[in-house]
Design a protein around this ligand. Structure first.
Ligand SMILES: NC(=O)c1ccc[n+]([C@@H]2O[C@H](COP(=O)([O-])OP(=O)(O)OC[C@H]3O[C@@H](n4cnc5c(N)ncnc54)[C@H](OP(=O)(O)O)[C@@H]3O)[C@@H](O)[C@H]2O)c1
Length: 336
């Protein structure tokens, strides 16, 4: 069977395809015929050496995969042969608060990931995929979709009638838009231009703000919500967007702190935070219980992930190159 490995990060020239022995499931494990995988911003951060968590060289890349169960190890009873599954982002986080040691157990950075034809994992590290999704769509769920779901369903879950602000048109943000709309929320989206603004509106955004044309987009978002501010900011920009997120959020609202896409001042303005009256909650993707709840919602609402482009397994490098060009809208996937 074939897999890709990064001998070391730093350049796509270090990504190579290998013939490897077919893995065999042991007790409690299953063999998955991987049908698709997808890229996340973390795969670019790993490539450029800017991933803020631990990682090592030599691994199969990509944290997200979907496929079909083709062999069961002894004692397995969670799935049957032929079932369609995708992975959970953290293979051993099933529910409850984030176990900090799980931060060092991530596919593609600490464990072999999903850019391979076959993979053996614990049956506990997989969930069933909704029937209406194709393989590429299913492979977009483990990281970006669950992160958006966790942001929306926190201690203060989004209610019908709330206003949610999402930033940009990447994977996490589009899932947050779609899921927030399914929950009955009003969505304000920020983006970098009129074309993307139109696409975000077509996807259900009630308002779109071009953050290049309106650098003070936080005040604009607040204004668009009657001057009170938004109930939740799904914050993916980090240093470069937090100040505007603080301007956008309502007192008693929440900023779900997720990403680090945008450069900016490293310091948090304490008084601005203090006076905002908002809660900052850092997100670490999510757990299996959350993933299963999200999959029920996706099936119930027949939501379809926005897949920008799909590449064949033999041309995985082109998927990175396309994702590196930063012109995508939604997810970039690879079919195996
Ligand atoms: N904490 C966690 O658990 C967790 C989980 C998943 C992801 N993340 C992080 O969340 C972030 C988003 O991940 P992703 O995979 O969704 O990324 P992605 O698909 O690469 O999204 C990129 C999009 O973000 C927008 N963007 C880029 N620069 C921006 C800026 N300066 N200000 C506002 N928007 C900007 C752009 O859309 P527009 O052109 O439309 O603006 C761009 O297309 C990353 O930093 C990632 O590492 C964290």
């Amino acid at each position: 069977m074939q897999s890709y490995r990064f001998s070391r990060f730093g350049s796509l020239d270090h990504l190579a395809r290998h013939d490897e022995p077919m893995p065999t499931p042991e007790r409690g494990e299953v063999l998955v015929r991987v049908r698709a995988s997808s890229l996340n911003y973390r795969d670019l951060a790993l490539l450029s050496g800017q991933y803020p968590m631990s990682w090592r060289d030599g691994l199969v890349p990509l944290s997200d995969g979907a496929g079909e169960i083709v062999a069961l190890g002894e004692g397995c009873n969670r799935f049957q042969l032929g079932e369609r599954v995708c992975n959970t982002f953290f293979p051993q986080w099933f529910g409850g608060p984030f176990p900090i040691e799980q931060g060092a157990r991530q596919y593609g950075s600490n464990l072999d990931g999903w850019l391979c034809e076959y993979k053996v994992v614990s049956e506990e590290a997989l969930v069933r995929v909704p029937n209406h999704l194709d393989w590429a769509e299913a492979a977009t769920l483990p990281c970006a979709a669950l992160t958006a779901w966790t942001a929306l369903t926190g201690p203060q879950p989004v209610k019908a009638g709330d206003t949610v602000l999402v930033q940009g048109s990447g994977g996490v943000s589009l899932f947050a838009l779609q899921l927030a709309k399914a929950m009955g929320a009003r969505v304000i989206a920020t983006t970098s231009g009129a074309d993307k603004a139109a696409r975000l509106k077509a996807l259900g955004a009630d308002e779109a703000i071009d953050y290049l044309a309106v650098p003070e987009w936080g005040a604009r978002a607040r204004e668009l919500n009657g001057g009170v501010g938004v109930d939740l900011v799904v914050e993916v920009g980090g240093k470069g967007t937090l100040e505007q997120s603080l301007a956008a959020v309502a007192p008693g609202g929440e900023i779900a702190v997720i990403g680090f896409l945008a450069d900016g001042a490293a310091e948090l303005d304490f008084m601005r935070y203090f006076l905002s009256g908002a809660t900052l909650r850092r997100i670490a993707v999510g757990h299996r219980e959350g993933m299963e709840a999200m999959l029920r919602a996706i099936a119930r609402h027949q939501l379809r992930p926005v897949v920008d482009r799909v590449f064949p397994f033999g041309d995985a490098r082109a998927a990175w190159e396309h994702f590196l060009a930063r012109r995508h809208f939604g997810k970039v996937a690879i079919v195996h």
